[in-house]
Design a protein around this ligand. Structure first.
Ligand code: ADP
Length: 177
């Protein structure tokens, strides 16, 4: 047996939630190293910039730094995985609604790279309804997201939403100019 077993955990992480962290912790129990790969894709119109998403992830995974690394990636996931020497890709499954898309993606990735496996992990029950978009929606409407995201992320969300509100006020209250 040789070499550390490396797994990729790709996503947008806009922003990282306690559900993501739960999956990262579970992955650490199965693999030697976990590379959290933040997608640079902009077509999802993220609330946080790539740099901000990377910074938050690095901050919240700091206690796991001996096993976890955070990096940006663009292009095809399978190319990135092969370049980095990853044996598998982790995806989180919250409910059956996730399954269709994830199943399709995993088979497409297998078609592109036969050796790369997809490993599906299920989070703690408390996080099965949690998504970054729901967190942003609730926080944007003034609801509390305490316990759903790490406290550092909660603070960053408040700052970001306040600056978005200021920006909108300055531009005359029009949402879409
Ligand atoms: P993507 O845009 O690739 O779906 P996300 O950042 O939304 O990126 O999610 C990255 C991965 O984490 C996906 O596999 C997603 O299913 C999983 N995930 C997101 N939220 C949770 C959660 N609450 N519990 C478990 N897995 C999750």
């Amino acid at each position: 047996m040789s070499g550390a077993l490396l797994v990729l955990y790709p996503g947008s992480f806009d922003p990282v939630t306690n559900g993501h962290l739960d999956i990262i912790q579970r992955a650490c129990r199965l693999f030697d190293r976990v590379l959290v790969a933040v997608s640079t894709q902009v077509d999802k119109r993220p609330l946080f910039s790539l740099e901000e998403r990377l910074e938050m992830l690095r901050e919240v995974t700091a206690p796991l730094r001996r096993q976890v690394e955070v990096e940006a990636f663009d292009g095809l996931l399978v190319h990135y995985a092969v370049n980095r020497g990853a044996k598998a890709v982790i995806r989180g499954i919250r409910a059956v609604t996730d399954f269709d898309y994830e199943f399709q993606m995993s088979l497409m990735n297998r078609r592109l790279c036969e050796e790369l496996e997809t490993v599906f992990l299920v989070p703690a029950e408390a996080y099965t309804y949690l998504s970054s978009s729901l967190v942003k929606e609730v926080a944007g409407l003034g609801g509390s997201v305490t316990g759903l995201v790490p406290s550092q992320v909660e603070r960053k969300l408040e700052e970001k939403l306040a600056s978005e509100r200021d920006r909108r006020k300055q531009s005359g209250g029009c949402r879409d100019g």
